[in-house]
Design a protein around this ligand. Structure first.
Ligand code: AMP
Ligand code: ZN
Length: 472
């Protein structure tokens, strides 16, 4: 069985086949963070989910280009900048830095492209211009530009692909300026927002006067620019399906840049929410934990990642501190078994044990059924423990088991226990060093190694990535 994914477009499981005629390259876009505050672990559930999708596709041999945008201008950010009297960048920079530190602590692979909204205003202006030319957008009296849902539908397109909408409730011509709105407020949405005094210094020039882009156009412009007008996978949390993703489809397909018969996105995947006592974990409800809150309570990144990865991505689940204790116990079982296997294994390399990999692949092929994947892992741990106790494990069998684990863990991304103890700053530096090495900037890589060393840590490179050892 090959990989099947639940596509929100068809509301059904579909066999995954990339658009690439060679079946090799896969374009993946996940809506990234709005850097107006620290992200909470509900947000990170969605990013860990995207990381899983990418890792599993890579495990299956695809070459993935993973794009995640950084929303560094929007209504919420502008409100904060105004309250603090600083510049936009001064406000967003520390939150962005914190976000990527957390991202690393949670074992998420850095996306290949991280386009920033503020760095791509030109391509948004270009796209808005195209929508105007095609009669799908119009200028309002204040200079703002809106998307015309009515004209889009009159042109034969369907608005309401990801969610069912009631057009009876829609009053043509009614407009929404705000980036976030409810389903019952189907109305023309802003592509370009004319500058208002409250925007302060946050504005860009455009053919329609000073202003700033709406949130939705950002993702359409940046995803198409980097992945092409049609690409394979678009991910996000379920709350983004409407209006954000619906509007992305309207803008992108309204641009007419796709080849005939092609859509903007082939598969839309939406991750369910992380809940607290049955309610969505959200800043606005005040029921959230940031990663930092949990680290301060003595938990480590791998435990939080494990918990966020424990349930199927389309199932919501309640976050509890007991759940995190459970994650700790589960990881200790894995660590203990791996330690014993390492002691038993010979030094000779062995090919990975195949059965484990086959069973795990089958579980995840079924719409990334990670809970079934964990069941395979723990059955395997039980079997290995039994063989170890019965003295039925040969060094080469232990080496083959470890090699299989290595492959599986490329998907799970559970960092080894020694790395988990390293402080976030050190991991961030080591990550930067790895990126510098990849970019063949060895001077910078060496400088980073030296800086890590002065802080008491030694970085070692292995075929599976780097390792950190505490020297103190
Ligand atoms: P934001 O930074 O608010 O734009 O959100 C970033 C991502 O987090 C989006 O994909 C949201 O859908 C997702 N998200 C927000 N709250 C939750 C939650 N409680 N559980 C899972 N994902 C969430
Ligand atoms: Zn988006």
């Amino acid at each position: 069985m090959g990989l099947k994914l639940f596509n929100t477009l068809s509301r059904s499981l579909e066999a995954f086949a990339p658009l690439d005629p060679q079946g090799q390259h896969v374009g993946l876009y996940c809506c990234g963070p709005t850097v107006y505050d620290y992200a909470h672990i509900g947000n990170f559930r969605t990013f860990v989910f995207a990381d899983l999708v990418r890792r599993f596709l890579e495990f299956k041999g695809y070459t993935v280009r993973h794009v995640m945008n950084v929303t560094d201008v929007d209504d919420k950010i502008i409100a904060k900048v105004r309250a603090q009297n600083g510049s936009l960048r001064q406000y967003t920079e520390p939150f962005e830095k914190a976000f990527f530190e957390d991202f690393t602590v949670l074992g998420c692979l850095r996306p290949h492209d991280l386009p920033h909204a503020t760095g791509n205003i030109d391509s948004m202006i270009h796209l808005i211009g195209r929508l105007l030319e095609r009669g799908l957008a119009y200028r309002a009296a204040d200079g703002s530009v809106y998307f015309s849902i009515d004209n889009y539908r009159k042109a034969g397109a369907q608005y309401g692909r990801l969610v069912k909408l009631n057009f009876e409730q829609m009053r043509p011509g009614e407009r929404i300026r705000s980036d976030e709105y409810e389903k019952d407020a189907v109305a023309d949405f802003a592509l370009w927002k004319a500058r208002v005094p409250e925007d302060g210094e946050v504005f860009w020039p455009s053919p329609w006067g000073d202003g700033r882009p709406g949130w939705h156009i950002e993702c359409s412009a940046m995803s198409m620019q980097l992945l092409g007008a049609s690409f394979d996978l678009h991910l996000g949390g379920e709350d983004l399906a409407f209006p954000h993703h619906e509007d992305e489809i309207a803008q992108s397909e309204g641009s007419g840049l796709q080849q005939p018969g092609q859509r903007f996105v082939k598969y839309w995947l939406h991750g369910a929410h992380l809940l607290v006592e049955g309610k969505k974990m959200a800043k606005s409800l005040g029921n959230f934990y940031t990663l930092r809150d949990l680290l301060a309570r003595g938990f480590v990144g791998r435990e939080i990642r494990y918990l966020l990865l424990s349930a199927h991505y389309r199932e919501s689940f309640n976050f509890t501190l007991e759940g995190l204790q459970g994650a700790r116990t589960a990881l200790a079982r894995i660590d203990e078994c791996l330690d014993k296997l390492k002691t038993c294994a010979g030094t000779a390399p062995a090919p990975p044990e195949p059965g484990f990999i086959t069973r795990f692949t089958e579980a995840l092929d079924n719409d990334l059924n990670i809970s079934a994947g964990w069941a395979v892992v723990f059955d395997w741990i039980r079997e290995k423990n039994r063989q170890l106790t019965d003295q039925a494990m040969t060094p080469s069998a232990a080496a083959a088991a470890l090699a299989a684990w290595q492959k599986i863990n490329n998907v799970l991304g559970i960092v080894s226990a020694d790395l988990a103890d390293a402080p976030r700053e050190i991991i961030a530096l080591a990550d930067e060093r790895q990126a510098a090495r990849k970019a063949r900037d060895f001077k910078r890589a060496d400088a980073l190694r030296a800086s890590i060393k002065t802080q008491g840590w030694l970085v070692e490179d292995t075929p599976q990535g780097y390792k950190l050892k505490c020297e103190r």
